[in-house]
Design a protein around this ligand. Structure first.
Ligand code: BGC
Length: 250
C-alpha cells in the first residue's frame, strides 16, 4: 500500500510517495518553492507540479500549516489570509487526479512519529513540536490524538511563541543556535508547567541540525529528536491520504 504525501510549508512544498507499511519513501523527496505570495491558486499549481513529477495517480494526503476541520481551513498564519474558510479537499482535488485528504502539517508529523518514529510504543502524554517557519504541535494521550493543537500561538514573552522560538524567528533575528537553544528551554519549561507531557518530540527543520544546538539545550522535560526528521510531515500526510481514519485513531 502506498500514497503520496505532500507537506506545504512557509518556504517549500515537499512531497514523496511513501510505503505505508514501513514509512519509507519510495522515491527521492521532491521540493518546489512555496509561491510568494502563497495564495491558493499558485500553491495548488505547485502541488500539481509535485504530483506530476511522480506521475502520481493514487491517493494523496496533504499537510497544511493551519487549523483544518473536516477539510476546511480556519487559519493560515504563515501563508495568506485568502485561504481561510476554503475547502482544501475540493481546492486541491480540482488539480489532482483525485480528491486528497488534508490535515494540519504538525498533526501529520505527529501521526508519523507515533507510528514509525520517536513516539513508537510511547503510551503517556506525548507532545510533538515542529520548529520551522512557525511552530506546529500535536498531542497524544495513550496513543489517542488531539487535532489542531496550536501551541505555537500561545502568548509567550509578549508575542505568539512562534515569533520568539521558531526556526524562522531565529533566522529573522540573526540569533545564534546557542541563543535559540536557551529560548527552546524557556518555551519547554512553560509548556511543561501547563501540560506536563511525559515526552516532547522535537521535529521540523531543527531536527536535522542537532549538531548546532542540542548540546546547548537543557530541557526541563523528557525530550527526543524526531526520528523521521523533516520527512515526518510527508509520511504522516501519506498515511492520512490512504486512510483518513488515522485522524481518529492513528
Ligand atoms: C500554524 C500551525 C502549523 C505551524 C507549523 C503555525 O503558524 O498555525 O497550524 O502547524 O505553523 O507549520
Amino acid at each position: 500500500m502506498k500514497a503520496l504525501g505532500i507537506d506545504i510549508g512557509g518556504t517549500g512544498i515537499k512531497g514523496a510517495p511513501v510505503d505505508l507499511k514501513t514509512g519509507e519513501l519510495l522515491a527521492e523527496r521532491e521540493r518546489v518553492k512555496t509561491p510568494d505570495p502563497a495564495q491558493p491558486g499558485p500553491v495548488a499549481e505547485a502541488v500539481k507540479e509535485l504530483c506530476e513529477r511522480f506521475a502520481w495517480e493514487g491517493p494523496v494526503g496533504i499537510g497544511f500549516p493551519g487549523i483544518i476541520k473536516g477539510s476546511t481551513t480556519h487559519t493560515a498564519a504563515n501563508l495568506h489570509r485568502s485561504w481561510i474558510g476554503m475547502d482544501l479537499g475540493e481546492h486541491f482535488g480540482n488539480v489532482l487526479p483525485q480528491r486528497p485528504v488534508v490535515l494540519n502539517d504538525a498533526d501529520a508529523a505527529g501521526i508519523a512519529e507515533m507510528r514509525f518514529g520517536a513516539g513508537k510504543g510511547e503510551n503517556g502524554v506525548v507532545l510533538v513540536l515542529t520548529f520551522g517557519t512557525g511552530i506546529g504541535s500535536c498531542f497524544f494521550n495513550r496513543g489517542h490524538f488531539l487535532p489542531n493543537a496550536e501551541l505555537g500561538h500561545l502568548w509567550f514573552k509578549s508575542v505568539v511563541a512562534e515569533k520568539y522560538v521558531s526556526a524562522g524567528a531565529r533566522k529573522a533575528e540573526g540569533l545564534s543556535w546557542e541563543g535559540w537553544a536557551a529560548r527552546l528551554d524557556e518555551f519547554l519549561s512553560h509548556i511543561d508547567r501547563i501540560f506536563s507531557p511525559d515526552l516532547v518530540i522535537i521535529g521540523g527543520g531543527v531536527a536535522g541540525k542537532t549538531g548546532k544546538w542540542l548540546e546547548h539545550s537543557k530541557p526541563p522535560v523528557r525530550t527526543a529528536i524526531a526520528k523521521l526528521g523533516n520527512l515526518a510531515g510527508i509520511i504522516g500526510a501519506a498515511l492520512a491520504g490512504a486512510d483518513s481514519s488515522v485522524l481518529e485513531r492513528p
